[in-house]
Design a protein around this ligand. Structure first.
Ligand SMILES: Nc1ncnc2c1ncn2[C@@H]1O[C@H](COP(=O)(O)OP(=O)(O)OP(=O)(O)O)[C@@H](O)[C@H]1O
Ligand SMILES: [Mg+2]
Length: 324
């Protein structure tokens, strides 16, 4: 059994240093774009500048945007591009400290207590120190991200913060300001290498100003036609360019229509992959009809499009795409 005092000490070693010694990225904005591209992520200049500043200024990056525009995948691409860990916290209603930060491993503590009892080694103070020491601590994402044992800053993704309740947001404020967490039985854990924090929101509710104020804010819009084509080429390289151009143009056309569920980049990628799997070279009315469920996800949208005519949609997309 490890000595409780020394374990606590190792958890707390980082107390003095909080500024971080490792720069996560020292290159230029274009270099950052290139590195993301190597991870099949296409970041336009505005997004790359925000990410660059978040890294340089060590500020959290708050990403908002419609579904499927690449918020979550920016965090994973960044971690891969920088060669560091991605630690992900998926938010949901009712998310609490025991799932987000830490909890004690009660089952192991109980077992250890039995062993100590059986060995008649039960001195109350020692037992408490041993049972509330690091080996019995289950580290959840936020604690993992500020673990002082980390030698390289991680990317901490706090995904869909708008799904968590406001109480949790309040807790985050503290963490983001200090990069430290106090565990009553153990002491204060402070990051030596603070992570790059990426928060995402789908705007199902407004996130509190106090949280946004601590972050750099970036709205991710649907990509331009050129960018979406670059994304498709990067992600589905085996599809023909002609097909990719047509699909991107049709999806852009769809986004301009009054739909219940507007297709995101994920739908574009799925659609190109589906058509390529069917060995489709060019998009015609039959091909669209057979695969429409990959891109439109409600009966109302399907009915509306079929009612208006797929031929018309393809024609409008052709005009749009000819500008490529
Ligand atoms: N700029 C991009 N470059 C490369 N791939 C992208 C880009 N944007 C989106 N994608 C791809 O589209 C899909 C959806 O992206 P992602 O899950 O990151 O979107 P999101 O904004 O987090 O969506 P949601 O709000 O539904 O969680 C992923 O497969 C992702 O790789
Ligand atoms: Mg997401």
């Amino acid at each position: 059994m490890t000595d409780g005092t020394s374990v606590s000490a190792s958890v707390l070693t980082a107390g003095a240093a909080s500024t971080g010694v490792n720069n996560m990225f020292t290159g230029s904005i274009s270099e950052l774009q290139r590195r993301l591209k190597a991870q099949q992520y296409v970041a336009d200049r505005g997004l790359a500048v925000s990410l660059f500043l978040a890294l340089r200024l060590r500020r959290p990056l708050f990403l908002e945007g419609e579904a499927g525009v690449g918020k979550t995948s920016l965090a994973s691409a960044t971690a891969a591009a920088l060669g560091t860990d991605l630690i992900r916290l998926q938010c949901y209603d009712g998310l609490d400290i025991s799932h987000a930060v830490y909890e004690w491993d009660y089952a192991r503590q109980l077992l250890e207590l039995r062993i100590l009892e059986a060995a008649h080694a039960l001195d109350r103070d020692t037992a408490r120190r041993e049972l509330y020491s690091e080996p019995f601590l289950i580290k959840r994402p936020l604690l993992q991200a500020i673990d002082p044992a980390r030698t390289q800053p991680a990317v901490l993704l706090i995904d869909e913060i708008d799904r968590a309740d406001e109480e949790f947001e309040g807790y985050l404020l503290e963490l983001l300001a200090e990069f430290q967490i106090t565990i009553p039985e153990l002491g204060t854990v402070r990051a030596v290498e603070p992570p790059l924090v990426v928060l995402t929101s789908n705007r199902t509710r407004e996130v509190h100003d106090a949280l946004k104020r601590r972050c750099l804010y970036q709205w991710i819009d649907y990509p331009t036609l050129d960018t979406e084509l670059a994304i498709v080429t990067a992600r589905v390289p085996h599809a023909s360019v002609r097909l990719a151009e047509q699909v991107a143009a049709v999806v852009h056309e769809l986004r301009g229509m009054e739909l219940y569920k507007v297709p995101g980049v994920s739908e574009t990628l799925d659609w190109v992959a589906a058509l390529a799997a069917l060995e489709t070279e060019t998009l015609d009315v039959d091909a669209v009809e057979q695969t429409l469920g990959v891109v439109l996800k409600t009966k109302e949208d399907l009915d509306m499009l079929r009612g208006q005519g797929i031929g018309g949609l393809l024609e409008r997309a052709r005009m749009r795409g000819s500008g490529l």
